[in-house]
Design a protein around this ligand. Structure first.
Ligand code: HPA
Length: 367
């Protein structure tokens, strides 16, 4: 639970933004939001997103919500309820208020200021056990976050010390295929930035699209294809957080890629390099799709990471990442793909990946 003061701060901030007519009008542009159900106890007027706000005829105050502007109640209920609404679009300009609430939830438990943020993908959560002075917060205790649902994803935010450096880790992540809005999927990396991290390391389990990348290959991500059809930057921007049209030429920071390769060499762990294609999932690809991805220039395919990279870069963070190839892409072996095989390969190669990341963090601290 948030401390009382933190909740108040959040209310105050949202209240002061609530009467912006553009924000009411925005409901018109988000048919999904208009169609989604409000949290219990908060009524919607007709098809409008904001309870009591008739977007076709101006503002109306609902009975029973006199002291609080309806948007406050709606946002607060969505952020603090036991089942947050994960589908309603979160445009970039709504992120700052949400990050303030998330930051308060973390600061109620830890004052650690991380240098590095790590996202641990499917089966790669072992590194979390190696954190010293660990503070662990389940996703479900973070305002607005749902519990992680994917098998192999514990769903915790952790703070602690790794190789002498203060780090924040995400053990498990939020995926689009779980029904989460793109803006929600990227909140953990934005929060890492809010807490102080300047570098984020994104890891994932992925299928090998490059035929020479068999199970167990560790691939430094050099670039990506966002094939999810989504972006976390849709809707009104907040220039204080990031630019409207962010450049993604170096979204995968070249210096950090080199640092990862150096860490691999020091540890005697072989690392490949390639392009990660992020798809929506949750079905694995068809063999024809894997051939298409190869034609498009992909070396690995997965169901995460690309939105996080875009949002982190937008917010001025430096991004790097490693894909753990858990299986040959669909159609290469003729055998069906299973999530169990993905988790098993992650467990096998996870310790190698952990060594590279530990070394990378140690080197970063010394540079
Ligand atoms: N495709 C998509 N995502 C994946 C795969 C795959 O083959 N393996 C692990 N994550």
């Amino acid at each position: 639970m948030l401390p009382e003061a933190a909740v108040r701060t959040e209310e105050t901030e949202i209240t002061s933004r609530a009467f912006d007519p553009d924000r009411s009008l925005r409901a018109l542009h988000y048919p999904l939001a208009a169609a989604s159900q409000p949290p219990p106890g908060v009524g919607l007027a007709g098809r409008d997103r904001h309870p009591g706000v008739d977007t076709s005829a101006g503002l109306t105050k609902p009975a029973g919500l006199l002291a609080v502007y309806p948007l406050d109640a709606y946002v607060e209920a969505r952020m603090s309820g036991s089942q947050p609404d994960v589908r309603t679009p979160i445009p970039p300009d709504e992120q700052p208020a949400r990050l303030t609430a998330l930051e308060a939830a973390v600061r109620a438990r830890s004052d650690l200021v991380p240098q590095v943020g790590l996202v641990l993908g499917s089966g790669l959560g072992g590194l979390a056990d190696e954190l010293l002075d660990r503070v662990s917060i389940p996703f479900s205790e973070m305002p607005g976050w749902p519990a992680a649902t994917a098998p192999g994803h514990v769903g915790r935010l952790l703070l602690g010390s790794l190789e002498g450096a203060p780090v924040v880790m995400l053990q498990g992540r939020l995926h689009l295929y779980e029904g989460n809005d793109a803006g929600l999927v990227v909140q953990p990396v934005l929060l890492m930035g809010r807490l102080g991290a300047r570098v984020v390391v994104l890891t994932n389990a992925a299928g090998g699209v490059n035929p020479s990348f068999g199970p167990g290959t560790l691939m430094v991500i050099a670039d990506h294809l966002n094939l999810t059809g989504r972006t976390p930057l849709l809707g009104a921007n907040d220039d204080a957080l990031g630019p409207r049209f962010p450049d993604l030429t170096d979204v995968w920071t070249p210096d950090l890629q080199r640092a990862l390769h150096r860490a691999g060499e020091t540890e005697g762990v072989e690392l490949s390099t390639g392009v990660y294609a992020g798809l929506l999932g949750p079905s694995y690809e068809t063999p024809a799709e894997v051939r298409m991805l190869r034609t498009l220039g992909a070396d690995a395919v997965g169901m995460s990471t690309v939105l996080e990279a875009i949002a982190a870069r937008w917010a001025g963070l430096q991004v790097c990442g490693i894909s753990l190839i858990t299986n040959a892409g669909a159609g290469y072996s003729g055998a069906p793909l299973t999530h169990e095989e993905v988790l098993a390969a992650g467990a096998e190669a996870g310790p190698r990946l952990a060594r590279v990341i530990r070394r990378f963090i140690r080197d970063l601290g010394e540079s």
